[in-house]
Design a protein around this ligand. Structure first.
Ligand code: ZN
Length: 346
């Protein structure tokens, strides 16, 4: 049977509804969970996040959110489970790590490829740990990430094997390929757009995954439209992988939402015309809640307001339709493709 592995258990893949392939219910940079000023009022946080999720489900038909928050970035399994229980939204948690420059705590940097694989498989098949405590909640996909960080964006230096990928990231990516192959789950990735200045980071990530035997059809390469990198995307699409259009309505490293949306929409139309409609997924990359947003973290990227879930249907989809994108295309991009890629055969 084909299932989505949500925090509340496996559900038939056909129950996915519209899927958002890269979001964050609760988010704080590594260390935020140690900050008394960021301490959560759990019930208030649950109300705040569940309110947004419930509105998205009831008003727009979103059925599944992939929470791409890695363990060292405040991943909170109980919180995801409570949001899911409260709203009926399927929530898929991930295992994996942030880029080495921002994440992968020292403890994990010391571990071998085999040990990292064992960690990922445990999260996916047995249950995730939160602050020393084992939870019954399982992850349903893996995140890998490469690149620098946002304070002083710059291209990544050359690492092992001549790629612009750090040594530990390389090991994490290899471990992820083994774990995903063992479990049959998807890998969704984060790249830093600055790396397009020196290489095609999508291809570099995919090459390492393929070297370890990963099925490219279960790989989503993220942030490829920020701004759109058509040639880089064509390269990995030809290798059998999928790409993700994210940051809908959220300007990241570019002028404005209007500017980015227009560029992304035009690029999407080109890829659809070239026949890649079965290999694209779409998401916001919103942060439903960041406890320090606007306080110590005043980067507009981090603000809770960002863009509302309604934006997909009030602004983005009308923009796409104006360019000739059909309901059939949208059904593939928002339902069929993510459902197929994130499903696990059990
Ligand atoms: Zn993200």
């Amino acid at each position: 049977m084909s299932v989505l592995r949500t925090v509340l258990g496996d559900v038939p893949a056909e129950n996915s509804g519209l899927m958002l392939s890269h979001e964050h219910l609760l988010y704080g940079y590594p260390g935020a969970e140690l900050d008394p000023r960021a301490a959560l009022d759990y019930d208030a946080a649950l109300d705040f996040v569940s309110g947004q999720v419930a509105k998205g489900k009831e008003n727009y038909g979103y059925g599944t959110i992939v929470d791409m928050t890695p363990p060292e970035v405040g991943r909170y399994p109980q919180f995801m489970a409570d949001v899911s229980k409260r709203t009926g939204m399927n929530v898929i948690a991930i295992t994996g790590f942030f880029p080495e420059r921002m994440g992968i705590p020292y403890y994990w940097r010391r571990q071998t490829r085999e040990e990292l694989t064992e960690f990922f498989v445990g999260d996916l098949t047995d249950g995730m740990v939160f602050a020393w405590h084992k939870t019954p909640y399982r992850a349903g996909a893996i995140k890998i990430a490469t690149g620098q960080e946002s304070v002083t964006p710059m291209p990544s230096p050359v690492g092992p094997n001549g790629r612009h990928i750090h040594e530990i990231e390389d090991r994490v990516i290899r471990a992820a390929a083994h774990a995903a192959t063992q479990v049959g789950c998807a890998i969704n990735t984060h790249i830093d757009p600055m790396d397009f200045e020196v290489t095609n980071p999508l291809r570099e990530q995919l090459e390492i995954l393929l070297e370890e035997g990963m099925d490219p059809g279960k790989v989503i390469l993220g942030h490829a439209f920020v701004p759109p990198q058509l040639d880089a995307m064509r390269e990995v699409l030809k290798m059998g992988a999928n790409v993700q259009l994210d940051h809908v309505g959220i300007p990241w490293r570019v002028g404005s939402a209007e500017e980015l949306d227009e560029a992304m929409a035009n690029a999407l139309v080109v890829l659809l015309e070239e026949g890649y409609g079965d290999r694209i997924v779409m998401s916001f990359d919103r942060w439903f809640m960041n406890p320090r947003a606007g306080v110590t973290e005043d980067d507009p990227q981090l603000l809770n307001e960002k863009v509302d879930l309604s934006y997909m249907f009030t602004s983005w989809v009308p923009r796409l339709k104006g360019k000739g994108v059909t309901d059939e295309h949208l059904q593939k991009i928002m339902v069929d493709n993510p459902r197929r890629i994130f499903s696990i055969d059990v």
